[in-house]
Every structure is written in C-alpha cells, then in structure tokens.
Design a protein around this ligand. Sequence first.
Ligand SMILES: [Fe+2]
Length: 342
Amino acid sequence: MTEARPCVLLVDDEPRTLELLGAVLEHQGFQTSLAATPQAAIELLRTLRFDAVVTDVVFDGYAEGSLVLAAARDLQPRAIILLMTGYPKIEGAVSAIKAGALDYIQKPVDGIMLGTFLERALKEREIERPNLVFKDLIEILSAMVANTIERVDPYTAGHGSRTRKYCRFLAEKLGLERERTEHLELAAIAHDYGKIYLDDLGFLTKKGPLTEAEFQAVQRHPQLGAKKLGHHSQLAEVRRFVAEHHEKWDGTGYPNRLAGDAIALESRILCVVEVFDSLATKRSYKDIWPLAKVQAYFTEQRGKAFDPLVLDPFLAMLERDGERWMRAPAEDLRAAGLALEA
Ligand SMILES: [Fe+2]
C-alpha cells in the first residue's frame, strides 16, 4: 500500500451493499466514495481522483454499469475498474476486460476479498513504476497471471511457476549469467498472459482440436502478451522472450517464423520447457502424455522444433527428474482445489 490511502469509488444501487462494502474497505485502509446511480458516479469521476472504481453492472434492470465503465476509462484512465454482477459468465468477464475493466466479480461481493483483490490490482499497476527489483517484478507478474489466465483456464494453474522453475534449472545448466536468467524467469511466468486478450476465450477450454481459424487467432497471443507487459525498461528482454516463445528452431513456429540464432537463446529455452509442462498437464483438449512419449517426441523434434544445444541438457534433466516433474501439474491442481477429471 502506498503512503496515501488508495481512493476507491463504489457504485451500487443497493444501499446496504454500498454501506457494507464501504465500511469493510475503509477498515482495510482504503478511502471510499459511494454512488447509488451511474449518474452520481460519473459526477464523482469528474470531480475527484480515484485509484479504483468498483461498479455494479445492472441498475434497476438496466445494464448501465457500462456507462460507468466508459466514463471511468475516459476520465480516469489510470484507475483500476472492477465490475460486480449477479450473472458470472466467462463471456461477461471477457467483454468487461476488453472494455477496460480489470476483472468481473460475482455478487454478493465479500468485502475482505474485494480489498485483497484491489491491493493486488494496485500492485499490478505498479509494473510501470521505475526502480522495481527482480523480486517485485516476479510478484507482480505472478499475480497478473494467477488473476487472469489461470482463472479462465484453471487447468493451467501453476504452469507459469513450474515453467519458471525448470527454465532456471536449464539456464543454470547452460551457464547463463544471473541477469539473463532472471529475465528468462519473468518471461516464463508471463509467457501466455496474452491469451487473456484473445477475442474468444472459449478456445482456451475447448475440448478437441482447434479449427484453422481458431489456431490463427491463438497465434496472436505471444505478441499480445509482450505488448501487455507495458513499457518498463527492465522488461524489454522479457517482452522479446514472450513474443518468441512459440518460434521454432527450424523456422516453422509462429508468429514470425524465426529460425536458429535469430531466436534468443532464452526464448529457445522457454520453448522447450513450456512444451514439456504442457505435455505433462491435462488440458481440455488432451490427456497427460506419459514421460516416455514426451521423451520420444522431444528426441524426434531435436534439430526441428528444438535447438539441440538446449534440448540435450533438458533431456538429461528429464532422465533424472522427469517422473517427479510429470506429477507436479496434478499436484498443483489438487492444491488449487481442482480435481483432475474434466
Ligand atoms: Fe503460449
């Protein structure tokens, strides 16, 4: 939390909800302003400065939350915007996020949870602040991923943090210096963040293979993700690795069909590791591959999709740790309270 108390505008047509949420947020250190109508909220947006706007979507049967959302975007572009609704749907979350809301939460809203969410969201906004150290960036990016992409597709829970861990091991084995390894770790956490900005998030949890059109759309996620990491100078390399994580050694990857050394070494590491963890994970469209099948696939793709310089030490690591790493995704899902069966 910063020196000054963060200012939150709460908008809801139920007086009890407003008062209760306001009181709980005040107790947690926020300064709150309350508005019972979109018009009152817009008036406040014109006169006061807010760090966050939390608004109901439906007022007296009309979906006027979008008016507040548009006004907040226009008048206070730096504010975090959160929508509350009684009708939670992934589609709703997606359109809210695209319209500029940070997220979409289901009513009744728990004040303590809301406060926690706002604190985390305010932290995410800090990504543009100067002088962030590695630990801050890890925390911010982890929260961004857990709060978005891993919530839309819960089967990816822990994918970013596992990818980070294996990337670090492989980078150490390849003798990468510390700063490069840290940038790689940040990219590993955030590599799929761009998926939250795809036009149709239904792809992410679709059972069965994607159509050609869907696959074309999904191919935008590396560049979308890189773009959404902001302009922080410390993240320049990270943005590059995120953008390149689906490029392949032989030039058959996407989005730019880069080949060989034109792809950063860190991106080549991320590519191998990320594919491994995806194969070790149950997804909506595929089961977990057995370790032997994963190893056979990597061996067959040596010098094709994957750089041998990176792949060979990774295969050696799989000989030693592969069985344990294959169990990690299911363990992370259980820890997240999710069963393995779809
Ligand atoms: Fe990806």
